[in-house]
Design a protein around this ligand. Structure first.
Ligand SMILES: [Fe+2]
Ligand SMILES: [Fe+2]
Length: 174
């Protein structure tokens, strides 16, 4: 009896490892944000029209501001202790670097020298940061190994994202 139970448990564990468990909601939502903004950076490269460039950059900037805020308000502080301190500290520093570059670009016009170059470098910077979050052993992987309920956290991330989109996005339009 005991042998059978052990065998069943180990078969299940092997199957779970092989197929890869579905990510918890918090990780799924944050990865969705990553994919969305990556696609927008690619789209930006195809644009010629300056008004379209400005509109798409504003969309990217809003998405990045909201995404970094929800990570900094919810994921990062709640995972302190579960994720290596150095990795978490670097993530905050990378967010700050991105925010500075976003502010510089916001102060410019698409017709300015280096506008496109700065948007491109921001995209590369974000790609690097996203890799740090998503790679094996990275920030999300460590969070998944921790004790926090990342499905419940996902609900809070979603609600806070909606609030911030209204606050930061709505504020800009007025
Ligand atoms: Fe992220
Ligand atoms: Fe991040």
């Amino acid at each position: 009896m005991a042998t059978t139970q052990t065998k069943t448990a180990s078969t299940k564990a092997r199957r779970t490892r092989r197929t890869g468990r579905r990510d918890p909601l918090a990780v799924r939502l944050l990865k969705q944000d990553h994919r969305e903004v990556e696609a927008w950076f690619d789209e930006y490269e195809q644009l010629e029209d300056e008004r379209e460039k400005l509109a798409l950059f504003n969309q990217i900037a809003l998405a990045l501001k909201v995404h970094t805020r929800i990570e900094e308000e919810i994921l990062y502080p709640e995972e302190r202790g579960q994720i290596e301190d150095d990795m978490l500290d670097e993530a905050y520093v990378e967010h700050d670097g991105a925010k500075k570059l976003i502010a510089e670009i916001e102060a410019m016009q698409p017709s300015d020298d280096f506008y496109d170059a700065k948007v491109k470098v921001l995209g590369e910077y974000i790609k690097h940061h996203v890799k740090e979050e998503e790679q094996p052993g990275g920030l999300f992987a460590q969070a998944k190994k921790g004790d926090e309920d990342l499905d419940a956290m996902g609900e809070r991330l979603k609600a806070r994202k909606a609030e911030l989109m209204a606050e930061l996005g709505g504020g800009k339009a007025n």
